[in-house]
Design a protein around this ligand. Sequence first.
Ligand SMILES: [Zn+2]
Length: 390
Amino acid sequence: MPTTAIHASRILTPDEEISDGVIVVEGSRIAAIGHRDEMRLPPGAVDYVATGMTVIPGFVDVHIHGAGGHDVMEGDARALDRITATVARHGTTSIVATTVTAPVEDTCRSLQGIAQYIRAHENAEPGHLAAEILGVHLEGPFISKARRGVHPPDALAKPSVATFGKLIEAADGLVKIVTVAPELPGALELIAAAVAAKIVGAIGHTDADYDQARAAIHAGARHAVHMYNAMRPFEHRDPGVVGAILTDPEVTAEVIADLVHVAGPAIQVLIGTKGFDTVLLVSDGIAATGMPDGKYRLGNFEVSVKDGVARNSEGKLAGSTLTLDRALRNVVALGVPLQDAVRMATVLPARRLGLAGKKGIIAVGADADLVALTPDLRVSGVMTRGAGLA
Ligand SMILES: [Zn+2]
């Protein structure tokens, strides 16, 4: 088994900071970590010296549709290889493949392909740089017509435990998150079914008022999809779904920190209100991520990308071309301490997925998913489950 010793000026685990640290990687896992003076390095270890660098865990993106010219709903190995390789270059080492609303049969076909791909890669050491697909996020069809964003209206569906079961089966049990609009009939039953199946019930694409959102949280919803976007807005006498999310410490909230989807001060309000422990950085990235401007597909429809901003034919924002390294720099520029910003893109999403100790953390036994950052927070090297960096 190849052994690598990574020497870094600073390591953010990210719950702790270690200066002059060493991470020992054996195969695909982290075998040891500590201060240089306290470590006995295994004989024959290959040294990787990251002088002046900060090494952090790889980013965990719970909301991403595609990258590198491909969409996860293509569902084939070529597309998924390309997506996972593209985001890995930006430091994202795990993703939750996110569907966009489409007819149920089409979604099932995509889910079967994604599930096959995940099963073929699980427990395998990648041998090359590639993010791991941890499962599926169903963004639709159980969402509000009024707040659908670019999701095609014809394919939206009322929350149905039976349809949900069909989607879970097509995904071979690999659904991790389901987005639901709490105000729709059947939403609370669907959230309860998700919780029973150990799937994260997420509030999103919703016109819910405060009480409807509270009812969803009471039913077990613990996550909010792209905070502010595709949500009924906050009003001081009608705080709505935004008010419910901002004031509940059990609910994690995604934010697309590209400074296009959400203005900087609104991100500051979100973090200032909820604190550093419940805000997750996501990309909502689409096929155009890592590609030049042009026309791309998102699920079953076309989007145009100009200056890196993706819109549908009506001019509505249609996902992003954000990568989490850029999101990290953006929130740090807004005044978030680096260590907290790193947590928002690593350990916190991993915990939300129930993967504490395995993903998004530099700890003994965790997957060796690592990113070396320059002092100006650019990605200078990436390791995915032991591959890369050297
Ligand atoms: Zn999305």
